[in-house]
Design a protein around this ligand. Structure first.
Ligand SMILES: *Cc1c(COP(=O)(O)O)cnc(C)c1O
Length: 391
């Protein structure tokens, strides 16, 4: 059967670009920095691009290529560009599309450093940005300026779990001739495929759901077209934020079980969201699988499931948030997300503590907000742990 027509779990297991190597069932780790040419003519063809032979690992490597092709296959994209981290992927995209005098529009409640670096380093390069509530499509339209060169969205957003309509933003981008990039880390391609919805570029922190075992930091960019692919790859190789072959091997292994891990964590998350919604210490719960989520209907259309990420507000505010963090026993008090273990954190005192009070308020990152990444443990154990910590 042709893999292109296969279901997503088959692609997760089998897609990629495996090199025939002594019958090895998986792509081996090609832990080499450089590749020997057969002769001068072969070397010349590799450099001119007539041959797709490998040259040097910063440019490409078979273990990394296998992972890039596999993620591109599940995102329905042209090809992938692996990076050393999610931030490597984000900065590569920023630098591929933005130069002095340009402007970017972005979701306000994005991953902290995605916004932090844009507001600290990029202004020094003459690059401006507007951070807006992209759940409001009119605001996206209104933010476009003659020098807008990139629309960057994150959905569901971190840590507010707000959902932006990818299709609607992609249409605005197309009309204005501005590329649209989606940070798809919170869903992974198992639950959401932005390129199918019209986006031009999708990126991931594979540190999270794709690798899924809290033992690797890694990033990936997937493009819809070959043209975008070439443009972004050139920036990545020259910046030098390439992946390492062992990192690629580990991530490819994690990718194989993405489907079953997400299904299990999501089943747990649905039950936990219901438990929290009925808990006396909880003021509100934001989870795409609850009817109370403001974009519940959009989530049903855009995502293949509500996922394993949620945030909730404690009636006791900032102090209650900090106190709860000190009393969890099964859940790990840690940043990051998307792993097999349940992780909990308090953005106001941790990940988003560097944002100004105004930026935090504008982005909906309130003092009582607790973020939960649900793992694959027994659901009754996670519920019991949260319950005792809130008590
Ligand atoms: C973690 C994360 C990143 C950054 O990824 P690193 O792998 O830590 O560099 C970017 N976006 C989102 C949504 C994330 O959760």
């Amino acid at each position: 059967m042709e893999l292109k027509k296969a279901g997503i779990n088959s692609k997760l297991v089998h897609a990629g670009e495996k090199v025939e190597c002594l019958g090895s069932a998986v792509q081996p780790i090609f832990q080499t920095s450089t590749f020997q040419f057969e002769n001068a003519e072969h070397g010349a063809r590799c450099f001119s691009g007539e041959s797709d032979g490998y040259i040097y690992t910063r440019l490409s490597n078979p273990t990394i290529k296998d992972l890039e092709k596999a993620v591109a296959a599940v995102e329905n994209g042209f090809d992938g560009i692996a990076t050393s981290s999610g931030m490597g992927a984000i900065n590569t995209v920023y630098l591929a599309y933005l130069g002095s005098g340009d402007h970017m529009i972005s979701t306000d409640a994005v991953y902290g450093p995605s916004r932090g670096i844009m507001e600290s380093l990029y202004p020094k390069l003459g690059i401006e940005s507007s951070y807006i509530d992209t759940t409001d499509i009119q605001k996206v339209k209104d933010a476009i300026m003659p020098n807008t060169k990139l629309i960057y969205i994150e959905t569901p957003a971190n840590p507010t779990i707000s959902i932006t309509d990818i299709k609607a933003v992609a249409e605005i981008g197309k009309e204005a001739g501005i590329p649209v990039c989606v940070d798809n880390t919170f869903c992974s391609p198992y639950l959401q495929r932005p390129l199918d919805l019209g986006a031009d570029i999708v990126l991931h922190s594979m540190t999270k759901f794709i690798n899924g075992h809290a033992d690797i930091v890694a990033g990936m960019i997937v493009t819809k077209t070959g043209e975008e692919y070439k443009k972004i790859r050139a920036i990545m190789t020259n910046l030098g934020c390439n992946m390492d072959p062992t990192q690629a091997f580990m991530t490819r292994r994690g990718l194989k079980t993405l489907g079953i891990r997400i299904e299990r964590a999501q089943q747990n998350a649905i039950k936990i969201a219901e438990f929290l919604e009925n808990h006396p210490a909880v003021a509100w719960v934001k989870y795409p699988g609850l009817k109370s989520h403001p974009q519940y209907e959009l989530a049903k259309v855009q995502m293949d499931g509500p996922g394993a990420m949620m945030s909730f507000g404690l009636k006791g505010g900032f102090e209650a948030g900090k106190k709860m963090m000190d009393h969890v026993k099964l859940a790990l008090l840690a940043v990051s997300l998307g792993g097999i273990e349940t992780l909990i954190q308090h953005p106001a005192s941790m990940t988003h503590s560097k944002l100004s009070k105004d930026s935090k308020e504008a982005a909906g990152i309130t003092d009582e907000l607790v973020r939960l990444s649900v793992g694959i443990e027994e659901v009754q154990d996670i519920i019991a742990d949260l319950d005792q910590a809130m008590k």
